[in-house]
Every structure is written in structure tokens, then in C-alpha cells.
Design a protein around this ligand. Structure first.
Ligand code: FMN
Length: 208
């Protein structure tokens, strides 16, 4: 056993981080309300710039979830390959999952930018837009890790940025910024997912 494997075997959090993999097809099995609340709490507990929590989580189930899938399929027709294929795959994942969580940035932090930093509007807009995106990315990762810890699976569907305005309109956040749509459920089949690069390819140490 390598030193990292020994470490993982001792720590539930690290195990959940390692076991999280993107899953795109799900069993026909409901996610309990308790589990759904637990993963939403985990998302909402993420760090956020100025603790503004400028994220919004929209939970879609049943008819509404299938309407979203239909919307994506319809829009996919106007894109070339491979975008149309990826959009249709995203739609299939949404149909397959018992519950879907959409994440949008509210823009509240951006609108408070000039007041918070006493800088001009354009500088504040660029700066706080990045802060909102980074905060929501932390929330999405918390959500994914929490789902894994409860033996649920999920996938971050970023390809829907291609039709972000339609998605925002559909989820009732037309003034927001699209972040993610996340189908959540029990994995249809177990898989290890793609390999990760080794640490020596992505880490460098600077000393002195
Ligand atoms: C910002 C972001 C956008 C992503 N968008 C998609 C997507 O649109 N469709 C999809 O199937 N997977 C999407 N993924 C999942 C990645 O494909 C996946 O994380 C990557 O292949 C590594 O696999 P793993 O998550 O199992 O470790 C996205 C992941 C991130 C972080």
C-alpha cells in the first residue's frame, strides 16, 4: 500500500474525495429528502467571497425535470457535432436521475462590489464576477463530495453553458449566471472513471 493509500484508508473525508467520480446514468431509485437536504446543506456551507453565498440552488424533480431534458434536446438540434451530442447526453443523464440540482450565481456580490471595494463599476464587475464563480464552484464540489459520502453519485454538466440563457430562464433565475446542472442519484454501474495525472505533473515546490 502506498503512503497516500494508507492515509485515505484512515480518513472518511479523503475517501469521499477520492471516490467521487462523474456518473451519468442512474438507477430508478429515489434520493431521500434527508439525503437531498444533507447535500444542499453541504453546498451552502462552502466558503464564499465576503460570505455572500451568492449561489442559488434550484431542485428539479418529476415533470419539471423532464421538461428541462426536453428543452435541452430541442436546443441540441441547432448545434454542430460534438456539441449537439454532448447536449443530448446531458439530457439523457437528467432523464435518468431522480433529482437534478441547478446552480446559478445571483449577482448579489457583483452588485455590492463598488460599495465593498471602493473601485469603479467595471473593475468591481470583473473582480466580483470571478469571486461569484469561484464561490459557486466550491459549493458544487462540496455538493459532489457530500453526495459521494452518502453513496450517491452525480455529474457536473457544464456543457449547458451553450444554452445558458434558456436554462436560467427555465429555472427562474433569468438575471443570474449559469454555473452547473447536476443530476444526482444512485449509479447505474460502478466505475473508476478516467485516471488522474500524477502529482509530479501538476505540483511544483518553490523554496528560497
Ligand atoms: C466545470 C466542469 C464541467 C463539466 N461538464 C461536463 C459535461 O457537460 N458533461 C459531462 O458528461 N461531464 C462534465 N464534467 C465532468 C468531467 O467530464 C469529469 O469531471 C472528468 O472527466 C473527470 O472525471 P471524474 O469526475 O470522474 O473524476 C464537467 C466537470 C467540470 C468540473
Amino acid at each position: 500500500m502506498s503512503s497516500s493509500e494508507i492515509y485515505l484508508s484512515k480518513n472518511d473525508t479523503l475517501r469521499s474525495v477520492k471516490n467521487r467520480r462523474s456518473v451519468r446514468m442512474f438507477l430508478d431509485k429515489l434520493v431521500s429528502d434527508d439525503d437531498l437536504q444533507a447535500i444542499l446543506h453541504a453546498a451552502n456551507h462552502a466558503p464564499s467571497a465576503h460570505n455572500q453565498q451568492s449561489w442559488r440552488f434550484v431542485v428539479l424533480k418529476g415533470k419539471k425535470k423532464n421538461e428541462l431534458a426536453n428543452l435541452i434536446n430541442a436546443k441540441a438540434d441547432s448545434f454542430p457535432k460534438p456539441s449537439c451530442v454532448l447536449l443530448r447526453l446531458a439530457s439523457r443523464s437528467i432523464v435518468s436521475a431522480p433529482v437534478v440540482i441547478a446552480v446559478a450565481n445571483s449577482g448579489e456580490l457583483i452588485s455590492r462590489g463598488t460599495e465593498l471595494f471602493k473601485v469603479d463599476k467595471d473593475t468591481a464587475h470583473d473582480f466580483f464576477r470571478i469571486m461569484e464563480i469561484q464561490s459557486s464552484a466550491a459549493a458544487v464540489e462540496n455538493l459532489l463530495i457530500a453526495a459521494t459520502s452518502l453513496e450517491l453519485s452525480a455529474v457536473w454538466l457544464g456543457v449547458l453553458v451553450l444554452i445558458k440563457d434558456d436554462i436560467l430562464q427555465f429555472i427562474g433565475e433569468p438575471a443570474g449566471e449559469f454555473m452547473a446542472v447536476i443530476p444526482v442519484g444512485y449509479a447505474a454501474k460502478a466505475g473508476e472513471g478516467p485516471r488522474k495525472r500524477s502529482l509530479d505533473m501538476v505540483v511544483k515546490y518553490l523554496e528560497q
